[in-house]
Ligand binder design. Structure first.
Ligand SMILES: Nc1ncnc2c1ncn2[C@@H]1O[C@H](COP(=O)(O)OP(=O)(O)OP(=O)(O)O)[C@@H](O)[C@H]1O
Ligand SMILES: [Mg+2]
Length: 316
């Protein structure tokens, strides 16, 4: 897999405020990368830096191999940006908005009408395509804005809080569209969001930024492993553990802790790789195992743990 985005020491200051602070980050081609962090963390500033809409104070960024500072126009030809407050022409219809922006983005004239029709269809807007956009609901506007980001068939999409302010069904529709784009392949998606459940569902990897500094990056599983170090596993025995099994547990170096629970055991292992041997040893000691369930940490658990460690780290 190649790299779609590479940031090296990317920094942006506003006076004394460091909005983005020495960001080192790689986003791989084809992945959905979630960029999380509290209000004012530097997410939108990063998106603007990566699209050459803002100059860095230091460091640099490469997008699809292009240096953003040197070739901002070429970068933007390959990226689609959905901003926090997309502006559309309220007095124009959805179709005319897309045509207008298509011309602006240099979509070939011959291909534009079909492309607009396809996007309107794909985004469920065909029926209302010729109504003035001023009459649209927020969810419809957001779908139209998302359609607009795709007009010039960009390879990287930057979606800055695409579901903010949408009701659950409109959010789901937008998320389904993002998921479909990701599944089609050919797109890298950089998604800023405050919705952790949404990020968990959509993203391959996550970066957490706080006050301009990247605090953690990795897949949710990798982040969980970095944070908790041990792996918790529930062993379902449908009854109490026999004494021989408990004795066997004492001898297993990989088991750092164990507790008996109604109907089974809860184990803490040094690593997931130890699990097969541990299960084999328990079976050899006479355990009748009905289920082995590793504890999954939600992205919400992970996010708040990172926040907490950030606060503790700063207090130290
Ligand atoms: N044009 C500007 N002038 C001065 N400060 C700015 C400017 N734009 C952003 N900032 C500051 O930079 C910091 C990062 O802002 P940014 O918009 O990138 O955060 P964010 O992570 O996108 O937040 P949110 O989740 O609220 O959208 C904030 O402290 C913000 O006030
Ligand atoms: Mg923002």
């Amino acid at each position: 897999m190649t790299d779609a985005i590479i940031c090296e020491g990317l920094t942006r200051r506003y006076g004394d405020l460091v909005a983005v602070n020495g960001l080192d980050l790689v986003v791989r081609e084809g992945e959905v990368f979630g960029f999380l962090g509290p209000n004012g963390a530097g997410k939108t500033t990063t998106v603007r830096l990566l699209n050459g809409l803002l100059n860095p104070s230091a460091g640099r960024a490469r997008v699809l191999g292009l240096d953003v500072a040197q070739a901002p126009l070429e970068v933007r030809r390959n990226t689609g940006v959905l901003t926090e407050t997309p502006s559309l022409y309220e007095t124009l219809s959805a179709r005319d908005n897309l045509r207008f922006y298509g011309e602006l983005f240099d979509v070939p004239e011959g291909a534009l009408p079909q492309r607009v029709d396809d996007l309107l269809g794909e985004f469920g807007l065909t029926e209302r395509a010729d109504d003035r956009v001023g009459t649209y609901s927020k969810g419809m506007l957001q779908r139209l804005a998302l359609a607009r980001t795709l007009l010039h068939e960009p390879r990287i999409l930057f979606l800055d809080e695409p579901t903010a302010g949408l009701d659950p069904s409109a959010s789901r529709m937008v998320n389904d569209l993002i998921q479909r784009l990701a599944a089609q392949g050919g797109h890298t998606i950089f998604l800023c969001t405050h919705n952790l459940a949404e990020a968990q569902r959509l993203c391959d990897r996550i970066g957490v930024i706080d006050r301009g500094t990247l605090r953690a990056v990795g897949s949710p599983q990798e982040l969980a492993r970095q944070i908790w170090q041990t792996v918790e596993v529930e062993i379902d025995l449908r009854g109490e553990a026999p004494p021989a099994v408990l004795r066997a547990l004492e001898d297993l170096a990989a088991v750092q802790q164990h507790t008996e629970e109604g109907g089974g055991l809860r184990l803490e292992l040094a690593s997931e790789e130890d699990l097969p041997d541990v299960v084999a040893a328990l079976v050899a000691a006479g355990a009748r195992i009905y289920g082995v369930i590793p504890r999954e940490h939600s992205l919400e658990d992970i996010y708040f743990e990172i926040q907490e460690q950030t606060v503790l780290g700063e207090g130290a």
